[in-house]
Design a protein. Structure first.
Length: 435
């Protein structure tokens, strides 16, 4: 598909600090990649002449055109579990509420739960997600069917190792040639994996040439238990075990010493910051500003919809910025453009797609949003970057393009029947809760 986007306010996310961050212009898309980004209408005319009779035109008047958002940590099928347990600490939440009902879920429940979460994400402008869950084959299949880009992370845990072995093999076999699905290993956490099973995951990561995605230092309890068991912090322990020898994306990183941060920076570990989930579970405030100042690449994730309780990256951006201002008592901490970078450019870097995703540039993959500025809460227009981070909502996303394909148009998802997806999810959870 060839697409010409005209008359939009282009926010390419290639400015280093937000100065002169946007301009009025045009974007041409050929198949799955961006052919040109320009303020020159002559390039648009040449593009149309080249693709006469074979080009979809999008008038972006009154809209910001920007890269798709990258959710670097979620458990997308947990959209099915939204609201089943709230207002309890993390380990009680997991052990008494989440894991028991997850034990009743199979391939079909994960597939349909993932479609529900993907519908929500796509409608809100998320074009790429990094997922960690059992039955990642089902998540990968859901991504292909909905048209969203996904990094699926088969998730070893001591009580699910047999399923994990089957899961990563199935993903590798079915989706090795996918244009939308890639894979990382997803060792769940140090408190759910024995040394042997952690080493199995690390070995597979190296064998397959993929990175690892892991929960790290999410709570003080995790920190304290690791100190008792191993005499070191969770970050120090994972370094000792060799996890950071391959590309690593660590979720949460709330309880971090200066030495822990130095380890992350030295090994080029990226961090998925999940501010709202950390707040709701009272896990704490991750030292994001300190990590970024040390050179750590920090991106943004939503976590699962049962601990957030939504998958809205706009809320996460805003919360990430405001929370760091409060934590550091510095209103300059994490300015708006930095928050946007965390949700786009930094996310692409975290999954090894720097230069391909998270920016609008010739040759980059065409994952693009059109955000409608014609809303009362976005007027008057003074600083559009500020308006996006501090005022915009997921409902302001008008059009979504993923891999050069229009998947949301005029606030309507083109790849799913939204009512059917929601009703199917309701039937699943009603049945699971009645068991």
């Amino acid at each position: 598909m060839n697409i010409l986007i005209s008359n939009g306010i282009i926010l390419p996310m290639n400015a280093p600090d937000g100065d002169n961050a946007y301009f009025n212009g045009y974007i041409g898309i050929e198949n799955e990649r961006i052919a040109f980004v320009s303020a020159d209408s002559l390039q648009a005319d040449e593009f149309m002449a080249k693709h006469t009779g074979d080009c979809t035109q999008i008038d972006a008047t009154g809209k910001i055109v920007m890269p798709g958002l990258i959710n670097t940590h979620t458990h997308v099928a947990m959209a099915l579990l939204r609201g089943i347990s709230d207002d309890v600490p993390l380990m009680e939440w997991l052990e008494q509420h989440i894991w028991p009902i997850e034990g009743k879920m199979g391939y079909k429940e994960v597939y349909d739960g993932a479609r529900l979460g993907m519908l929500e994400m796509m409608m809100g402008g998320t074009t790429t997600l990094v997922d960690m869950y059992p039955y990642e084959e089902a998540v990968a299949e859901a991504a292909e069917s909905t048209g969203i880009r996904a990094v699926v992370c088969p998730c070893p845990m001591d009580f699910r190792m047999e399923h994990f072995e089957n899961d990563w093999r199935a993903v590798k076999k079915r989706f090795s040639d996918s244009r939308l699905v890639t894979m990382m290993m997803g060792p769940h956490a140090i408190y759910t994996l024995s040394d042997n099973n952690l080493q199995r995951s690390i070995s597979l990561s190296g064998e397959l040439g993929v990175g690892s995605h892991v929960h790290l230092a999410e709570t003080k309890t995790e920190q304290d238990n690791c100190m008792v068991q191993h005499g070191m912090s969770p970050t120090e322990y994972l370094e000792k075990e060799g996890l950071f020898s391959t590309k690593t994306l660590a979720a949460h990183c709330v309880v971090m010493s200066d030495h822990d941060i130095e380890i992350l920076a030295r090994h080029k570990v990226s961090v998925a910051h999940n501010p709202q989930s950390n707040m709701k579970l009272a896990s704490g405030i991750a030292p994001v500003k300190k990590m970024m100042d040390a050179g750590v690449n920090v991106a943004i994730g939503t976590d699962g919809a049962s601990s957030n309780n939504d998958l809205d990256m706009w809320e996460e951006m805003r919360t990430a910025s405001l929370l760091q201002k409060l934590a550091t008592m510095d209103p300059c901490s994490i300015p708006a453009y930095t928050a946007l970078q965390m949700a786009t450019v930094n996310g692409a870097k975290a999954i090894g797609r720097e230069g391909e995703l998270g920016i609008l540039a010739p040759g980059a993959l065409a994952d693009i949003l059109l955000v409608n500025l014609e809303k009362p809460h976005l007027y008057p227009h003074t600083n559009l970057v500020s308006e996006l981070v501090y005022s915009a909502h997921s409902e302001d996303v008008d059009t979504v393009i993923i891999n050069g394909r229009i998947v949301v148009e005029n606030r309507r998802c083109l790849t799913m029947n939204a009512q059917e997806v929601c009703q199917t999810a309701q039937k699943h959870i009603d049945r699971l809760m009645s068991k």
